[in-house]
Write a protein that binds this ligand. Structure first.
Ligand SMILES: [Zn+2]
Length: 334
């Protein structure tokens, strides 16, 4: 069913869409035009970093198929749109369990297959979204294959992934790749605002997180400057041992958050060390501590930043966290 706007929307013309999925309106319009030309497949991989809007885009996808007024992607508050948006629509469901778990249990995939096996409740379409799909085990991935090979009529499967290379080739080859684009700072700020945070605060957090919405949300709960100063004091001691001993006790998501904070600190220290302006520094109130960190010298700062990025990547790819941190500690003190 065509939206009231018909045809392909110009991305700037639909402020409702820009509001709903900041930064991804153009990506959505690609999906919409696939639908309008009858070229919409039934299996997708939405690829994008944490906080880029993969969830928001999958809700928009569901509304495109389920909207009861045919109004969406124009402004719509029909019962279907409202229920998709609030996660209450019986034909739209997320699977994949707790995303901090290392793998998706086979039972979770069985319940997805079972759910997909029922006819749609309201007769239009069924949309299942699998969170963090790179956590699929081989067994769970294979169980999913049958669905990809013979999807029931009007059923759609969306796999969300940050790193689709980790998916089985047999899965990847049966899905259309939809690549989200990194949101700009302003768009990430917009996402934060949608979450009920003031504009000023949102922009600060967006800047702080390098445009990463999820990280910004986490940081918004941190007690900022005081915490950062304490952090800097520990990092400035030279040896990473006390800090890493502390991290070893944390959950994976917490460790990643700490590592990203530390990356930002090193970026700031580098900016000051190369004579950059203070405007470019995020933790401006801690510039004394940052300057003293900068005395380690640019090569060392760069090297440590590299180790942090590597540890961040390894943790996000589900590497063993104890090993990652032990390696970080060894490299750090060299
Ligand atoms: Zn609607």
């Amino acid at each position: 069913m065509l939206g009231r706007f018909g045809g392909t929307l110009k991305k700037s013309s639909n402020s409702y869409l820009n509001e709903l999925i900041p930064g991804q309106a153009a990506v959505f319009e690609r999906l919409l035009s696939m639908k309008e030309t009858g070229a919409l497949g039934q299996s997708f991989i939405f690829v994008g970093g944490a906080g880029w809007g993969k969830y928001a885009l999958s809700r928009a996808f569901a509304r495109m198929l389920l909207c009861g007024n045919g109004t969406f992607p124009g402004f719509c508050e029909c019962s279907s749109c409202r229920r998709v948006q609030s996660g209450q629509h019986p034909d739209f469901r997320y699977f994949g369990g707790d995303e901090s778990k290392r793998s998706i249990a086979i039972a979770e995939i069985r319940s997805l297959l079972e759910w997909m096996g029922f006819k749609s409740f309201e007769g239009k379409a069924k949309i299942a979204v699998l969170k963090g799909s790179e956590r699929l085990t081989q067994e769970a991935g294979n169980a999913l294959l049958k669905l990809l090979e013979e999807p029931p009529v009007s059923s759609y499967l969306i796999l969300l992934a940050e790193n689709p290379k980790r998916l089985l080739e047999t899965i990847r080859s049966r899905c259309s790749f939809i690549r989200l684009r990194p949101p700009s700072l302003a768009e990430a700020g917009k996402q934060l605002e949608n979450g009920g945070i003031s504009r000023e605060r949102a922009l600060y957090l967006a800047r702080k997180s390098g445009g990463n919405f999820a990280v910004a949300m986490e940081l918004s709960e941190a007690n900022d400057e005081k915490e950062i100063r304490e952090f800097l004091r520990k990092v400035s001691l030279g040896s990473a041992q006390p800090l890493i001993a502390l991290w070893q006790k944390l959950e994976r998501a917490e460790i990643v958050k700490n590592i990203r904070n530390t990356q930002q600190i090193f970026r700031d220290a580098l900016v000051l060390a190369v004579g950059g302006s203070e405007d470019q520094v995020l933790f401006q109130e801690s510039r004394n501590e940052l300057s003293s960190l900068g005395r380690e010298g640019i090569p060392r700062l760069l090297r440590k930043l590299g180790y942090l990025l590597e540890a961040d990547r390894a943790l996000r790819s589900n590497a063993n966290q104890k090993l990652v941190l032990t390696r970080l500690e060894m490299m750090w003190d060299q």
